[in-house]
Ligand binder design. Structure first.
Ligand code: ASP
Length: 646
């Protein structure tokens, strides 16, 4: 588990812009600039100056010896170090955020006394850190392993729990040899990651964010108040995508469900008024709670006219978002853009990506801000179509992609994706950064946060998604990115699983030699439309894991077809298997992960039925009995996140 982060300073937390300095001072003399660079910054003496404590004069004279005819210029450089160093705009907020995330934060820097003396006030950000070492004081410098060791000793750090950032590969390598995890970074990479976190990079004013608010974030006027504060807090939050009002408490009914109910009842000729009145009351309650001077009576009438008409189911369902969008636009006092005009479907309800992109950018690029309701769009004839349930996530993602947003913020009622299911593990931690691929692995195993289709439009455009909590807006939430140098604090990023799988276990002597054996077996499953979840195999054995519900109805036919398709020595069925995915981009680089995982399960008395490590080394799938499912997830969480040894 990563507990501490260690930063190099030059080119990571502070710009060390010597090239720019030389160019500015001696713009017309590239040859002299080269000589100066070789005599100073690029010389062996420069590095030695980091490793030894010496006075300014001693330090300067050594460079002059390298190029005596340039004494004047060298003296100028050595007395103007303040013009060469500058603190990056993101440095302080980054340190603060890391601390807020619970990491201890240190520096390990090759820095000369003279440079220190001239830039001491700029280095005041180090006071917010938990400590660190400057090379000149210790007379040791990177990549000398003793320097890393000294840092760990002084601050009682276990190298295994340290993550190290440096702009030089050689220093990162040395950190790895010292037992730390590390990554080589460039400062623009840092700035980009920082901006994803909404941290001060000085670029906020030009950033563009699409912000989507889920149903619970807009369930009543109190929630609308929170949303307004969030939107108005950052000028970059320019395009707002609302869902329909969701549940205010667990017994409440979502507006979308009520709308479906109205339509279905009307269609079957039943009275729908009770549900319809509830819908009107909810919206009118929000309007009056916000003190707005608007009426939706015309809209209610129009919806009622459509209720029960053959093609109007999607239209009716979409009105929750439509009406909520109208209210939100009035409340935020920004334009309302109807999704029916910009999100395009064909007449069969298939989403049209290309036209949508064109329409979205044409309609929104000259609007500084707008509210666009989620969940629906329309075909050429103006007939409304919706995405599948939860589809406002998709709208937000499409708009982000089409506008090339810097960030897609998805505001909901949890502080991000959790490391494990809260119904199994008490108060699990949120994941701070997760990659799209990791998220897909976890979502597939049931960790639902986002509509599955919401990933693709932003992933394609390289836009990160930030899951945030409307009720706790200062929580950083989870950042979902394509790739990241951000360490996962616990080796594993998350753990999730599903129960009720069946394993079909087949044995055949010399299976290995029979060309096409596995394929013949798999064809049988394909023929019956069964999706195969996992297929671990041995030399003479193969097991096929499928969902029990899907399998049971077709069981006898499938077994009979397998017997006909291939020759079998032995076939066995096991029907109460749960699959657990332990997911983490960091697992590949940390030795002993599988060992810890299996030891924790053994300790918890869980019998492992199957192990399958994905070839990406991003996940390890384990099969256990259904009855061991909860215990296994808890054991894995405990060993990796709580650091409890098995
Ligand atoms: N209101 C729709 C639903 O309940 C869409 C959404 O909330 O994203 O599914």
């Amino acid at each position: 588990m990563v507990k501490a982060v260690v930063f190099d300073i030059g080119n990571v937390l502070m710009d060390f812009g010597w090239k720019a300095y030389l160019e500015k001072q001696w713009p017309d003399d590239p040859a002299m600039r080269e000589e100066l660079a070789n005599a100073t910054f690029l010389s062996e003496e420069w590095q030695e100056g980091d490793r030894r404590d010496m006075t300014a004069e001693e330090w300067t004279v050594r460079y002059i010896k390298n190029a005596p005819h340039l004494e004047k210029e060298i003296r100028q450089i050595c007395t103007h170090l303040r013009d060469i160093f500058s603190v990056y705009p993101y440095t302080r907020s980054w340190i603060r955020t890391m601390k807020k995330m619970g990491y201890r934060v240190y520096y390990l820097s090759n820095y000369a006394r003279t440079a220190f003396e001239q830039t001491e006030d700029m280095l005041d950000f180090t006071e917010e850190m938990d400590g660190g070492l400057f090379s000149y004081r210790e007379e040791l410098a990177k990549p000398n392993p003793d320097f890393y060791r000294l840092l760990c000793e002084r601050y009682d750090l276990d190298p295994k729990e340290v993550f190290f950032f440096d702009d030089l590969e050689e220093n990162v390598e040395a950190a790895r040899r010292a037992g730390m995890q590390g990554v080589c970074v460039t400062n623009d990479m840092m700035a980009r990651e920082m901006s994803w976190y909404g941290m001060a990079t000085g670029e906020e004013s030009v950033m563009l964010k699409v912000v989507k608010f889920g149903g619970s974030s807009l369930a009543d006027s109190g929630q609308f108040g929170k949303v307004k504060k969030i939107v108005e807090k950052e000028a970059s939050r320019r395009y707002v995508v609302p869902s329909a009002p969701g549940k205010r408490n667990k017994d409440d009914i979502k507006i979308t469900d009520l709308l479906y109910q109205c339509h279905d009842r009307a269609r079957r000729g039943y009275d729908y008024h009770e549900a319809f009145d509830t819908i009107k009351e909810r919206f009118d309650g929000i309007i009056s709670g916000l003190g707005l001077d608007i009426s939706l009576d015309d809209e209610y009438r129009e919806i009622e006219e459509h209720l029960g008409k053959p093609d109007a189911r999607d239209y009716t369902a979409s009105r929750g978002e439509y009406l909520n969008g109208k209210i939100l636009a009035a409340y935020l006092d920004i334009p309302f853009v109807d999704a029916a005009d910009i999100i395009c479907f064909d007449k069969n309800g298939v989403y049209q990506e290309k036209t949508t992109k064109e329409m979205v950018s044409a309609a929104l690029s000259n609007l500084k801000r707008a509210v666009i309701p989620g969940f629906y769009g329309a075909d050429r004839e103006g007939v409304i179509h919706t995405f599948s349930r939860g589809g406002s996530d998709v709208t937000g993602s499409i708009i982000s992609g089409a506008l090339g947003a810097d960030m897609y913020e998805n505001w909901t009622d949890v502080s991000g994706v959790l490391v494990a299911d809260p119904s199994i593990v008490d108060d699990p931690e949120p994941i701070s950064v997760i990659t799209y691929r990791e998220l897909r692995e976890l979502s597939y195993m049931g960790a639902a946060v986002l509509h599955e289709d919401a990933i693709f439009p932003v992933k394609e455009a390289g836009i990160p998604i930030n899951i945030r909590n409307t009720n706790r807006p200062s929580d950083p939430g989870t950042l979902i990115v394509e790739r990241t140098c951000w360490p996962s604090p616990h080796v594993i990023t998350g753990v999730a699983g599903k129960q009720d799988f069946v394993a079909v276990y087949i044995e055949k002597e010399r299976m290995n030699d029979i060309v096409g054996y596995c394929r013949s077996v798999l064809n049988v499953f394909a023929k019956h439309g069964l999706n195969i979840e996992h297929m671990p195999s041995g030399i003479d054995t193969m097991s096929v894991f499928i969902h029990r519900d899907e399998f049971l109805a077709k069981e006898q036919k499938v077994l009979a077809d397998i017997q006909t398709a291939v020759d079998i020595d032995h076939l066995e069925l096991e029907n109460d298997i749960a699959l657990i995915a332990v997911v983490g981009r960091g697992m590949r680089s940390v030795r002993g992960t599988a060992g810890r995982l299996f030891a924790s399960l053994a300790q918890a008395g869980v019998n492992i039925r199957m192990i399958d490590q994905g070839s990406s080394e991003l996940n390890i799938i384990i099969g256990v009995h259904n009855q061991d499912f909860d215990a296994a997830i808890r054991a894995i969480y405990n060993v990796f996140v709580n650091g409890k040894n098995s």
